[in-house]
Design a protein around this ligand. Structure first.
Ligand code: AHG
Ligand code: MN
Ligand code: MN
Ligand code: MN
Length: 332
């Protein structure tokens, strides 16, 4: 039991956010409002997700996004929902999204936050009723409020995040987030329309027995990756790979495990995107006592150079990530 907690079952997300306002003595409550806006959009996307099979919003949208991926209808719907929530609130000045080619400058005279978002993670799982997610990162803009958005407002390394989180639309819908004071998880109660604190002060196990990697790419791996996965097998770890990053990450965070999307010959930077996938999860991982690296560098230290930049990702229980790095750094 997580004893000594100031909250108990029955703490709504709203109440929790309010109680945490004192972590930011000089803040005006805008970050809190922004988190509430995100939670509202998450509820809406949750509703769309739940009825997708019946409402003819499954399947392909018929367009390709800037990633070169075929967009699903729910990718587009989730993007619209989050864009709307983020632009209406007034706290946000700019948005970076997986589904948008370039930065959305909201030309908002008062917004001091920049948000990077993967509105719907795990697209390929929508139509087969498997868990999907949303991932978000929040930064404070660097240039003065009210002025046009500059490159330095957007291209911030992950260590500059003021908050990050994800929503998992799974067997239950959950919202998990950090503002740099630990990680807390909330479970959605459908009939009440509220998120309740269900996972206070999440601590990731230091070690684990689950490895999550797409082994179909084995022929494209560097020898170190192959050697590490062989080691996982010799150690009789369990292989678990959903193909929804949020869901794979969430399981490993709670149970102990490692998730890897390494470089391959085809994709030397892997597949996952630094700004709206890797950074948020790396921040959460570290806040929960876990670890995230690209193989040689801490994810949160990477200085981004382009909006949709990809990065190899090794993330999860500290001991497992360290062991994996041992294999990667060996020549053979
Ligand atoms: P998205 O659906 O947001 O484009 O992200 C897809 C990602 C991620 O969720 C998942 O872990 C990974 O793609 C799976 O890729 P592979 O099918 O190559 O294993
Ligand atoms: Mn995609
Ligand atoms: Mn994704
Ligand atoms: Mn996505």
């Amino acid at each position: 039991d997580q004893s000594g907690m100031a909250y108990s079952v029955g703490t709504t997300l709203d109440r929790f956010i309010k109680s945490k306002q004192s972590d930011f003595p000089f803040a005006s409550g805008e970050l809190s409002q922004l988190l509430r806006d995100i939670a509202l959009a998450a509820k809406i996307v949750n509703r769309e997700t739940n009825r997708a099979g019946l409402a003819n919003i499954g399947g392909a949208f018929g367009q390709t996004n800037v990633q070169g991926e075929e967009q699903q209808k729910l990718d587009v719907i989730a993007n619209i929902r989050f864009m709307r929530a983020l632009s209406k609130g007034g706290e946000v000045c700019a948005i970076v999204s997986e589904e948008e080619d370039s930065v959305i400058d909201l030309q908002n005279g008062s917004g001091k936050y920049v948000v990077a978002i993967d509105p719907l993670d795990g697209s390929s799982n929508i139509d087969v009723n498997i868990s999907i997610g949303t991932i978000f990162s929040i930064y404070r803009r660097k240039t003065p409020v009210g002025s046009p958005i500059q490159e330095e407002d957007i291209m911030q390394p992950g260590k500059e995040q003021v908050a990050a989180g994800y929503v998992l639309y799974g067997s239950s819908t959950m919202l998990v987030y950090t503002t740099g004071f630990g990680v807390n998880g909330f479970t959605y109660e459908n009939s009440l329309g509220e998120f309740f604190l269900s996972h206070p002060a999440i601590q990731a196990p230091k070690d684990g027995k689950i490895y999550s990697i797409n082994e179909g790419s084995e022929l494209e791996w560097a020898p170190g990756v192959k050697n590490y996965v062989d080691y996982c097998k010799r150690s009789q770890y369990s292989a678990r790979y959903i193909g929804s990053l949020v869901a794979d990450f969430h399981r490993n965070l709670l149970k102990g495990g490692i998730y890897a999307y390494p470089s391959t010959q085809k994709n030397p930077n892997g597949k996952l995107r630094l700004l709206y996938e890797a950074n948020a999860l790396a921040f959460i991982a570290e806040q929960a006592g876990a670890k995230a690296t690209n193989g040689t560098q801490r994810i949160l230290d990477i200085q981004p150079e382009t909006l949709h930049q990809r990065t190899p990702l090794w993330i999860g229980s500290e001991k497992m990530v360290n062991e994996a790095m041992g294999f990667l750094s060996k020549k053979r």
